[in-house]
Design a binder for this molecule. Structure first.
Ligand SMILES: [Zn+2]
Length: 444
């Protein structure tokens, strides 16, 4: 349980957007090491000095690779794992045709357990060590995903979906059954091991105000539970919401009325927001979650990262699988870059990677546990082979010859061309949870 990880150590110490020189936002040790004891970071430093200081520690050699904190995916649906890449629909039709029909299966415990295990393996293979995940309306489906994450001792956030209308009855709950199920799940899973609970109304169309208010009451009763839902993803969704809640002047007011807007609230998408909604999200300290591959795939619109960041709203980037088309955070960041390029705003690769590591940890108020290599943090990290596939190596050699090879360029190559092939290993609490073929862990 006493280990030195020898590698090219990289983590953020600040938000790059707050630094006049973004290069001041991170730490990079080319010949570095992570010293880990009983799953926690004990020290970070130069390899030779750590090796002599901790001479009785087992050394694991990842010196050819980048060693960085695991990714944090703040918006994803595990029951949609199998419907990833379903053709030809926009949000509401996509939900009706694909999502609601697969979610029925999760009333069955065994079905839910199988997909939950598959999902967790896929996260680990892609270097994601924490995710905030939707289950379905069935409490069984929430149990299944918490159990699967617990098998790997992951820091994990999930919640049962609340949905009492505008969906097939077999995947609907009621206000009272949802209250009862949520309380049971919170008591069973919130702070149990490394698990945390998120109160999860799917979105305003599928819950009436009574159910949304019940969700708000639950959050008041358990104030450190998270809230996750969707907001202003698609123009016809916004229109239908305002028809259903005609007393509300805009979409956000629906959630405000229900007591669901505070600094534990994660709102996915937020593409079609008014200035007033942006201002109110900022004042509440809520978090906006940009899901680029999903927005492109469903044709929902182009999220303005620039406007959101300039409004001072906390912003994360996430996959939104299964409307999102990849579990890979590299691919997700690559699409976020392209969406911003279409709007004339070039996102620095440091800002991108911050948003899925330390930035996400701060948004979750978990920065004293995950997201960076601070002393005392839980040792969830990934080993990244930035020279794979061959074309990355050629790109690197070219940049080295030009004298332009640096951390920003390395990260940019990963987000532009990388995927799960670049993840050599994923560690949870200092223990290997995934190892790619041919990248066996070697001791030196
Ligand atoms: Zn979603």
């Amino acid at each position: 349980m006493k280990t030195i990880i020898h590698g090219q150590i990289f983590d953020f110490i600040k938000n790059p957007s707050d630094c006049s020189n973004p290069g001041d936002s991170y730490r990079f040790l080319v010949d570095g090491s992570l010293v880990i004891e009983n799953g926690y970071i004990k020290e970070v430093g130069d390899f030779n000095s750590m090796k002599s200081k901790y001479s009785d520690y087992r050394i694991i050699d990842h010196s050819d690779c980048l060693v960085m904190p695991g990714f944090i995916d703040t918006h994803i649906h595990y029951p949609q794992t199998e419907i990833i890449g379903s053709y030809g629909r926009q949000l509401i039709d996509w939900l009706n045709e694909y999502t609601f029909s697969v979610e029925k299966n999760f009333n069955d415990r065994e079905y839910a357990q199988n997909i939950a295990r598959l999902f967790i393996k896929e996260l680990l293979k892609n270097g994601t060590t924490t995710s905030m995940t939707y289950a379905t309306q069935s409490a069984v489906s929430a149990d299944a995903i918490f159990e699967a994450a617990s098998e790997y001792n992951m820091r994990f956030i999930a919640g049962k979906v609340l949905m009492n209308r505008n969906a097939p009855s077999v995947i609907c709950d009621t206000v009272e059954s949802a209250r009862k199920d949520c309380e049971c799940l919170i008591n069973r899973w919130h702070h149990e091991g490394r698990n945390l609970y998120a109160i999860t109304p799917r979105f305003a169309i599928t819950s009436d105000m009574e159910q949304l208010k019940m969700a708000g009451e639950l959050h008041k009763k358990y104030p450190d539970t998270f809230i996750q839902t969707h907001l202003s993803e698609n123009p016809s969704e916004v229109k239908t919401t305002l028809e259903l809640f005609s007393d509300c002047r805009d979409y956000l007011e629906v959630y405000e009325t229900a007591g669901l807007v505070d600094d534990y609230s994660f709102f996915a998408h937020c593409i079609h927001l008014s200035q007033s909604e942006r201002q109110r999200l900022k004042s509440a300290g809520s978090i906006v979650v940009h899901c680029p591959t999903s927005n492109l795939f469903l044709g929902s619109g182009l999220f303005s990262l620039k406007e959101t960041i300039e409004s001072g709203i906390k912003t994360c980037i996430a996959t939104d699988v299964g409307a999102g088309t990849s579990f890979s955070m590299f691919r997700t960041l690559g699409d976020a870059y392209k969406i911003s390029q279409l709007q004339g705003y070039t996102v620095n690769s440091l800002e991108s990677f911050y948003s899925v590591t330390y930035g996400a940890a701060r948004a979750l108020k978990l920065e004293d546990k995950i997201g960076s290599f601070r002393i005392g943090n839980e040792a969830d990290f990934i080993v990244v082979d930035y020279r794979t596939p061959d074309i990355q190596k050629h790109r690197m050699n070219y940049l080295v010859n030009q004298g332009k090879w640096n951390v920003e360029n390395m990260l940019f190559g990963l987000q532009t061309m990388g995927d799960d092939r670049n993840i050599s290993a994923t560690y949870i609490m200092g223990m290997p949870a995934y190892c790619s073929e041919g990248a066996c862990i070697s001791e030196s």
